[in-house]
Write a protein that binds this ligand. Structure first.
Ligand code: BMA
Length: 330
C-alpha cells in the first residue's frame, strides 16, 4: 500500500473503528468526552488543547480555564492518548535569558515538533489578542520567543517542517473580542523571529453557511502526497449566537498559500450533548491531530462547548477523496 501521509508511524494511535452503518467521513469516539468539568483542583474546564506522541506515549499542552475564569496553558502526559494526567500548575515560561516571563492569559494552543524542538503557539495577550510563541526540548524549560505577528490575531498554526528553507505560520487576523470576521493568512520566516511575505490563503464563506462568518486554522497541517491537509474551524451566526463547526482543505505542498481543494460541507458540527451544551454551547474547535502514516489513520482532538476535550477519527484516503468530491471554487 503506498502511503498518502508523509510522516511517522504511530501503531498505538488512539483509535476506534467507525460504527456499523455509520457513513460519516469523520466519526466521534464513543466514549467522548475525554476530559470532563473540573479536571484538576484549580481548573474548571480543559478544552481546545493539543497532543503529540512521544516515546510510545503522549504529551500535550492544554488550555485550562481556571476557577477565576481566566485561561492559561498547562502541560500533561498520557499513556494512551485518551486519559490525561494534566499538571495543576501553569507552564512556567521564561525568556531567552532564563528569567520568568509568565503569560497573563493563554488559550487555544497548538503543539508541533520541528526538527529537535517542540513549539507551542497560542492566543496570547499583547494588550489584546495576539499570537504567542514558545519552545521546549525537555518539557521542563519552556522559553517564550517574541510574538511573531502584531495584534490583533488568533489561531496561529505552524507547519511541521520548513518549506523552501522557511518556517510557515498560518494566522487569522481578528479583533480582541468575539471577532465577527476572519480569513486565514500565512507568513514566513527564516529564523522564527522575523516574519514577512504575508499572504491571504482562504476566506470565510463559500457556499457553506457553516463558515459564513469567519474561519481559523485548526491543528498542525499533515503532509500528504496530495498537499498539506488542514482541518479548520468555520463559524456561522444564528439568532442564538455563533456556531463552530470544522471542515478540511488541501494546500499546495510547495506554495502553501494556494488552496488545491476545499470541501464545501463541514466534517463535524455540534450535535452531541457535550458539543451543544456547556460553558459556550455549540462549539467544536479542533486544535490537534495525530496520525499513523502506514495505515492512514488520523485522530483529531477538539474542544467541545468550551468545556470538554473530545476525540474524532478519520482515514486519510477516504478524507481526501471526500474533500475532492466536495471541492468548490471559492
Ligand atoms: C473563540 C476562541 C475559542 C473558543 C471560541 C468559542 O474566539 O476564544 O477559544 O472556543 O471562541 O467560544
Amino acid at each position: 500500500m503506498s502511503k498518502t501521509i508523509i510522516g511517522n508511524d504511530l501503531p498505538n494511535i488512539p483509535w476506534e473503528e467507525r460504527a456499523a452503518g455509520d457513513t460519516s467521513i469523520l466519526w466521534r469516539y464513543s466514549n467522548n468526552p475525554l476530559i470532563d468539568w473540573n479536571p484538576t483542583p484549580s481548573t474548571a474546564r480543559i478544552y481546545n488543547s493539543a497532543v503529540l506522541p512521544l516515546d510510545g506515549e503522549f504529551i500535550g499542552v492544554f488550555r485550562a480555564d481556571h476557577k477565576n475564569g481566566r485561561a492559561n496553558i498547562h502541560f500533561g502526559r498520557s499513556r494512551d492518548g485518551i486519559t490525561f494526567d494534566i499538571e495543576d500548575d501553569v507552564i512556567n515560561w521564561v525568556d531567552e535569558e532564563g528569567k520568568p516571563n509568565p503569560i497573563s492569559y493563554g488559550y487555544d494552543p497548538r503543539f508541533v515538533k520541528i526538527e529537535d524542538t517542540y513549539y507551542v503557539v497560542w492566543c496570547d495577550d499583547m494588550k489584546g489578542a495576539s499570537i504567542g510563541l514558545g519552545k521546549t526540548k525537555d518539557f521542563k524549560t519552556w522559553t517564550r520567543l517574541s510574538n511573531p505577528l502584531m495584534p490583533f490575531n488568533r489561531n496561529g498554526v505552524l507547519f511541521p517542517r520548513k518549506i523552501n528553507g522557511k518556517y510557515f505560520l498560518l494566522s487569522r487576523p481578528s479583533d480582541s473580542a468575539h471577532t465577527p470576521f476572519g480569513d486565514i493568512y500565512i507568513s514566513e520566516s527564516p529564523d522564527m523571529v522575523y516574519w514577512g511575505k504575508h499572504r491571504w490563503v482562504m476566506g470565510k464563506g463559500g457556499q457553506g453557511w457553516w463558515q459564513g462568518m469567519k474561519i481559523g486554522g485548526g491543528p498542525v497541517p499533515i503532509e500528504t502526497t496530495e498537499g498539506w491537509l488542514l482541518f479548520y474551524h468555520g463559524v456561522s451566526t444564528t439568532c442564538n449566537g455563533f456556531v463552530y463547526s470544522f471542515g478540511a482543505v488541501i494546500l499546495d505542498i510547495h506554495e502553501p498559500w494556494k488552496v488545491k481543494y476545499r470541501a464545501g460541507d463541514y466534517l463535524l458540527t455540534p450535535e452531541k450533548e457535550y458539543e451543544t451544551t456547556g460553558f459556550v454551547p455549540n462549539v467544536c474547535f479542533p486544535c490537534a491531530n495525530i496520525y499513523d502514516a502506514s495505515t492512514g489513520r488520523i485522530a483529531i482532538y477538539y474542544g467541545a462547548a468550551d468545556t470538554y476535550t473530545a476525540l474524532a477519527f478519520c482515514q486519510v484516503d477516504e478524507l481526501i477523496n471526500w474533500i475532492k468530491k466536495k471541492h468548490e471554487n471559492v
